[in-house]
Design a protein around this ligand. Sequence first.
Ligand code: N01
Length: 538
Amino acid sequence: MPEKSVDVVIVGAGFSGLYQLYKLREMGLTTRVFEAGSGVGGTWYWNRYPGARCDVESLNYSYSFSPELEQEWTWTEKYSPQPEILSYAEHVADRFDLKKDITFDTRVESAVYDDDTHRWTVTTDSGEVVSTQFFVMATGCLSVSKAPEIPGAEKFGGAIYHTGHWPHGGVDFTGQRIAVIGTGSSGIQSIPIMAAQASEATIFQRTPNFSMPAGNRKLTDDEVRARKENYREYREAAKWSGFGVPVPEATKSALEVSEEERNGVYQTGWDQGNLVAILTSYIDTLAVKEANETAAEFVRAKIRDKVADPELAEALSPRSFPFGTKRPCLDTGYYETFNSEHVRLVDIHKTPLVEITAKGVRTSEKEYEVDAIVFATGFDAMTGALTRVDIRGKGGVSLKEKWGEGPRSYLGISVAGFPNMFTITGPSSPSVLTNMMVAIEQHVDWVSDCIGWLRENEVTELAATDEAEDEWVRHVEEVGNTTLYPTADSWYMGSNVPGKPRVFMAYIGGMGVYREKCDDVAAKGYDGFALTPEPTRA
Ligand code: N01
């Protein structure tokens, strides 16, 4: 028998878990949060690699729920560095006295639903067992690091690091020969800094990525003041926008304007260091190959301008997927780094990685001797953090087994057969295709309202129906197929993890559209869910 009983167990104390705890506590519910790390912040707690920063502007990548918090916190840079975001998470946790309900250094190992009592039993790696009516997985979309699947790491005589769980004290590569495997956002942000320290930097690239200069800088007092003055209006625009970032709506096709006009528009986004501005410049950038190619070629031309050696520039130029269908990056001096004599690029598409040896990294062509290896190889995204907990719903069905052929959910928030469980920014919700802060707040608000409504209406069990789930899965796929996203081998598709089913795991209908759908479901008395009244009323 569980020793303890609460209304809600939340897994994770990143931005989702913190806000979920705050909301439920305000509502008077008893809540326990379990967090594997020793502190709050989630992804910003773990990803401490050099150069880590958010590529959504800091004045937008922050909570909107508390006007007081908004006014008292001052962001210092256009794109916040990881330490500042982590300080913000700490500040929020302290300001709202959240830590007293968080158990750190504790991983939830299993959660089992009891069909009779309509309660979950949650067990942690410290042996604690807690009974709860509601179970919220606030475990993040990019929180389970992925190794590069090549043998031999245990033989290596030097140090091995992963960008996704970087040492808290930092690493100084001064004078070292380093190997970096992976050129996604984490690699592209960290390589310029690590390479500047190293005596020799060898970058192993499987697929080149699109990146543009962040143009990061200090924010001026005037900019901060202006945003603080119009925060309500700005937040409202972000909430109803497509990507959680307010940008003007495109009205034209990229193919109906002249090259000169188009490049002028792309140049404006480029100069602003604004990814979303380029992605949304035209109505068909993410939907029509030829339209997309105009943006792709604009970026490739920039790479050719920046990299002195034309062959190297070509090797760094993405050609195997449309622009934006793998997460584009913001960088600070990434391409320029390759102009340095001591930096070399190894195209492991041509000469694949074979093994890690005692001395370094061996490709099909040769062995590269190094002192340290950095894996910037990404994450088992979207589903990894959910399926690594042994979650068992009605009839003992395991979530991992149910999702054997890809994630299935209703609204990306609830899974049929797993009543009273919620997944914050779960697969098939807008999540990673938007500003995560906007997505998190929308989910947490919806879940909190839902729990409040269930209690008010004396409903003991809320269960997504199979029909509603099937319809949502069909809709997400249908909308995804109107875009170019499914044509890329990306972590959005699960294709970065060998054996993972190939499914587009996010909802591309847009944040505003999705919000309307969720609001509509709630307004209709939780349409698509089966509701079981409390026993006394049954
Ligand atoms: O991971 P990734 P990430 N052998 O999966 C390569 C967010 N984020 O940590 O493309 C060799 O993008 C892999 O190659 P390929 C953001 O959403 C945000 O960089 O699969 N190489 C790729 O080059 C981002 O998209 C921020 O062919 C292997 C790289 O490793 C997401 O997190 C900052 C390999 C992995 O790139 C993930 O970014 C950082 C193998 N076996 C991250 N396996 C900001 O807000 C993988 N690779 C700025």
